[in-house]
Design a protein around this ligand. Sequence first.
Ligand code: SAH
Length: 253
Amino acid sequence: MSGHLAVVGIGPGDARWLTLEAQAALEAAEALYGYGPYLDRVPARPGQARHASDNREEMHRAADALGHAAQGARVAVVSGGDPGVFAMAAAICEAIENGPPPWRALDVTIIPGISAMLAVAARAGAPLGHDFCALSLSDNLKSWDVIERRLEAAADAGFVIAFYNPVSRARPWQLASAFERLRRRLPGTTPVIFGRAVGRVEETVTVTSLDVADAATADMATLVIVGSRATRVIARPGRPLVYTPRAATEASA
Ligand code: SAH
């Protein structure tokens, strides 16, 4: 079988954050599949078919792309950030596991990209400099109970937490509720970073603290990082530097 499927991470926005490997895979593809706004970031190429779909249609998109590759085509599925982080690579794996046997014989390549948490962390300093975890606040695919349990366990265990999908039109209250829970477990001085549309023209990065962090600062294009007890803020002209020291102490754990 000659079909080929690449799942390509295009990073959070800045064209300079597209890897050479990702660029080559996008150029080589006969057909691109992806969420419309991600596809819009890929320059049009003559002869290349583009199949845009809604961001809720991941399984349809995965099946369409795999079906197309199974006909012998060279297909690329485009993902924002890294395709393995709350994105298309897992959807493709789910579709292969549950799909027709020929899909298992396809040549599948996952091409990594810069994930939003790495881009936001870089803007702020080094908040992910010690142990951290990533949590999606979307309750489309898991219950809010599970989310609450995980965020409390992560805060108690001393992890810095990167929150993906902090709010959406269908979920206006979750981030405020998450902050409320964290306030019961972490000091009010714990640093909180809001990174919005990082790497794009409309980028904003705000550093605040847990006691005054306002969930209304975040939208769908925002990644929120909540520090651990060890995370520190270095005041300086302009935006402060936020970092988590490399060594854990008993007091900060
Ligand atoms: N695969 C992507 C994440 C997809 S989930 C990655 O690795 O980055 C979508 C969420 O990612 C958004 O709700 C937001 O929390 C975050 N995100 C994506 N692009 C971003 C950007 N440019 N700036 C800040 N957050 C971003």
